[in-house]
Design a binder for this molecule. Structure first.
Ligand code: ADP
Ligand code: MG
Length: 332
C-alpha cells in the first residue's frame, strides 16, 4: 500500500515517516521509502550517515533511464522524450513491484539496515532555490509520480513517501496516488491552514486524509487541534526525547520510543490497513488518465509537439493481477 506524509515544513513529516518506516522494518515488512520533500532528510532520519545520505542517487537525474525502462514495448509511447511525468502505463509497459530487483532500483535505490530489517530508499534529489517553480524541479518530483503510476503493490508491502504539502503536489496527480495521506500538523494556525488547503484540493478526488497532531504537549494543544480539524484528527504525538536524542546522532531502537508515541505509530498502521481495504484500481487508473490529459493539454503537448492523449491505453487497468512482463533480453 502507498502512504504519504505531508504537512508544513518543520511539522514532523520526516520524523513521523521515519518512525512509521521503522515500525514496518521491525516487523520485517517490505518497504520502499521515498524522500520526495524539498528538504531531503529522510535518509538521515533512517540512520544513514550525512555523507551517505547526500550521496544518494537522485531519481530526478535518472529520468531518461526510468522512462526508457517503464515504457518497455508500449507502442503508444514512441520515445522516452515523449513520456511526461503523468504518462500512464498501458499494454507493453513495464511495471514495478516493491520487492523485485529492477534497473530502476539498481540505479537509484539504496538499502538501509533498520530495526533488524532492511528497507529500500529512493530520493528525488536535493532541490535548490533556483529549482523551485521551474521545469527541472517539476521533473524531479515527476519521477516519483511516474514510478507510483507504474507500481503494483499489495497489502503488507509499503511505499512510504515523505512529501511536501506545497501547491506543487496539486499541479499533478501526485496527491491522489496514496491509500492513506497523513497530514502532520502542529497545533498552530499555520499547521491547520495547510490542512484546510490540502483538504480542499483532496475533496473531489476521494483522497483519504487523516491528521496526525505532532508536538502536542498540553490539553490546550489537543483541544485546539480538535476544534480546528474535527474528526479528521486521528492521533497525536507528544514531544519525544527519543526523537531529540536521534537528532543528536544517538541511534536508539524503536522499542525505546515513549510508549504513548509507540501506540500512536501502531494507530497509523491500523488506519493505513483500513484505508487499503478501500483500494480501487479502476479509480486509481482513471485518475492517472485524468491528470495525464490535464497535463498534456496545459503544457505536455506543446512541450513534446505530440498529442499525448494518444498515449492512453483505454483498455488498461493497473491491478495487482497485472502480469509483469519480463523482457527476455533482460534475463540472463
Ligand atoms: N514529536 C517530536 N518530538 C521532538 N522533536 C520533534 C518531534 N517531531 C519533530 N521533531 C523535531 O522537529 C524538527 C522538524 O521535524 P521534521 O520531521 O524534520 O519536519 P518536516 O520533515 O516536516 O520538515 C526536527 O528537528 C525534529 O527532530
Ligand atoms: Mg522533512
Amino acid at each position: 500500500m502507498k502512504i504519504a506524509f505531508v504537512g508544513k515544513g518543520g511539522s514532523g513529516k520526516t520524523t513521523l515517516s521515519a518512525l512509521f518506516i521503522r515500525g514496518l522494518a521491525a516487523q520485517d515488512l517490505p518497504v520502499l521509502a521515498v524522500d520526495a520533500d524539498i528538504n531531503q532528510h529522510l535518509g538521515v532520519a533512517l540512520g544513514m550517515e550525512e555523507g551517505d545520505a547526500a550521496a544518494l542517487p537522485a531519481l530526478g537525474a535518472k529520468l531518461p533511464l526510468i522512462k526508457d525502462y517503464l515504457r518497455g514495448g508500449n507502442p503508444r509511447i514512441t520515445s522516452a522524450e515523449a513520456m511526461i511525468k503523468t504518462t500512464p502505463p498501458g499494454a507493453g509497459s513495464r511495471l514495478l513491484r516493491i520487492t523485485e530487483a529492477n534497473p530502476v532500483y539498481d540505479a537509484c535505490a539504496r538499502s538501509v539496515l533498520l530495526e533488524g530489517g532492511s528497507v529500500r530508499l529512493l530520493a528525488t534529489g536535493p532541490f535548490t532555490e533556483s529549482d523551485l517553480g521551474v521545469a527541472c524541479y517539476h521533473s524531479k518530483v515527476g519521477a516519483v509520480e511516474l514510478c507510483l503510476n507504474h507500481l503494483v503493490d499489495g497489502r503488507d508491502e509499503f511505499v512510504v513517501v515523505d512529501m511536501t504539502a506545497g501547491s506543487d503536489s496539486f499541479a499533478s496527480g501526485m496527491f491522489t496516488r496514496f491509500d492513506m495521506t497523513f497530514l502532520v500538523a502542529e497545533p498552530t494556525r499555520k499547521g491547520v491552514a495547510v490542512y484546510r488547503q490540502y483538504k480542499e484540493y483532496a475533496r473531489d478526488y476521494d483522497v483519504t486524509l487523516r491528521v496526525v497532531g505532532n508536538k502536542v504537549q498540553t490539553k490546550d494543544d489537543l483541544s485546539f487541534l480538535r476544534e480546528e480539524v474535527g474528526e479528521d484528527l486521528m492521533v497525536t504525538f507528544g514531544h519525544s526525547d527519543w526523537v531529540r536524542s536521534m537528532e543528536k546522532g544517538r541511534q536508539r531502537p524503536l522499542v525505546e520510543l515513549e510508549s504513548a508515541n509507540q501506540e500512536a505509530i501502531r494507530a497509523l498502521r491500523g488506519a493505513a490497513d483500513e484505508a487499503y481495504a478501500r483500494r480501487d484500481w479502476q479509480r486509481y487508473t482513471r485518475q492517472m488518465v485524468h491528470f495525464h490529459l490535464r497535463n498534456a493539454e496545459s503544457w505536455g503537448n506543446a512541450r513534446t509537439g505530440a498529442d499525448l492523449a494518444a498515449q492512453v491505453d483505454p483498455d488498461f487497468v493497473l491491478t495487482e493481477r497485472t502480469p509483469v512482463r519480463v523482457d527476455p533480453a533482460q534475463v540472463t
